[in-house]
Ligand binder design. Structure first.
Ligand SMILES: Nc1ncnc2c1ncn2[C@@H]1O[C@H](COP(=O)(O)OP(=O)(O)OP(=O)(O)O)[C@@H](O)[C@H]1O
Ligand SMILES: [Mg+2]
Length: 310
């Protein structure tokens, strides 16, 4: 690798992108460190793919700059592109080539014609369960298979930084699991991984840090643990000895769901306290026989951050 060490894998400064009247990126600042497993989340239209396209040199930003391993994606396009492998969200392919040909063409694009790269391409085919499809025409592959070819294609030149834009969309459960094993291996081998996904449990399981985008801006950027800690609500479920007919208004306001002798409270973090709720129940004559609390998961945090009206 020709890239200097110690620099960020991805640096983005003041990035703006307009598509006519649509302001798709509204001043994005972001740094992804080398070796990170980074999640980029956000609702449809948030600007995730636009940001990725700028990084890949497929779209020109209107203002700001982006660097891959210290190389400007415009000024040092070739070096930046060499340091980056992108698995695009959209499946675009040439229907007339076979899988092996597609990978060989990609290798040629980076000037990698030797046996060493050929072996690596075969390894990729095997790892991505495509070995028996190597000589099949691209148009004869299923959607999930085509997506795997895109992944192999992104890795042909062994880039240190790998960006996967919704790689598991349309991929079956078994393959999704093997894909994650593969991506984890890449990460363990030192690759920087950036992932966008709408499966929040995937991001929660895999990513170290997560950025949440909305309307072309980054609305949150933190470690997974810190983001989970930011959830504003937690749930307290209580079972009482007898059915609950009446509750004091202050408690009733916190009840999200109720049936016979089961109450589910939605509590505001920092303001509501579980002991106070239990004490108020006791004072109003209810005997608590069981209780559980539920911590928020990434989905709760995501919804809070992306649905809140500004
Ligand atoms: N080539 C384009 N021409 C015009 N508008 C575009 C173009 N590409 C993206 N946009 C607009 O830019 C905004 C951001 O789109 P983008 O594809 O980056 O969102 P996203 O976060 O990747 O969404 P998704 O989760 O649906 O993939 C949207 O309003 C979209 O309509
Ligand atoms: Mg997208």
């Amino acid at each position: 690798m020709t890239t200097p060490s110690g620099e960020a894998a991805i640096t983005v400064e003041g990035l703006h992108k307009h598509f006519g009247k649509v302001h798709a990126l509204c001043g994005i600042d972001l740094e992804v460190r080398r070796g990170e497993f980074f999640g980029l989340l956000g609702p449809n239209g948030a600007g995730k793919s636009t940001l990725i396209n700028v990084l890949a040199g497929l779209t020109r930003a209107n203002a700001g700059r982006a660097l891959i391993c210290g190389h400007d994606v415009v000024g040092a396009y070739r070096q930046a592109r060499r340091a980056l492998g992108v698995v695009p969200q959209e499946i675009v392919f040439d229907p007339f080539f076979t899988v092996r040909e597609v990978l060989a063409i990609q290798a040629g694009y980076f000037g990698l014609k030797g046996d060493d790269n050929k072996r690596w391409r075969e390894e990729l085919l095997t790892t991505l369960a495509l070995a028996d499809k190597g000589d099949a025409n691209m148009r004869s592959l299923s959607g999930g298979m085509k997506r795997r070819v895109l992944i192999a294609q992104a890795l042909v030149h062994r880039p240190p930084v790998v960006i996967l834009d919704e790689p598991t969309a349309g991929v079956d459960v078994e393959l999704r699991a093997s894909l994650w094993t593969f991506v984890r291996r890449l990460h363990a081998e030192g690759h920087t991984i950036v992932l966008t996904t709408h499966y929040l449990e995937e991001a929660e399981a895999l990513c170290d840090r997560i950025a949440i985008m909305k309307d072309g801006q980054i609305t949150a950027l933190d470690t997974k643990e810190a983001l989970l800690g930011r959830a504003l609500r937690k749930t307290l479920c209580v079972t009482t000895l007898d059915p609950v007919a009446t509750l004091p208004p202050a408690l009733l306001a916190k009840v999200r769901r109720r049936s016979e002798n089961h109450l589910e409270f939605s509590l505001q973090k920092g303001t509501d306290s579980i002991p106070e709720v239990l004490e108020a129940l006791r004072a109003s004559g209810h005997v608590v026989v069981d209780l559980t609390t539920e911590q928020a998961d990434l989905e709760d945090v995501f919804l809070e951050l992306t649905q809140r009206r500004q």
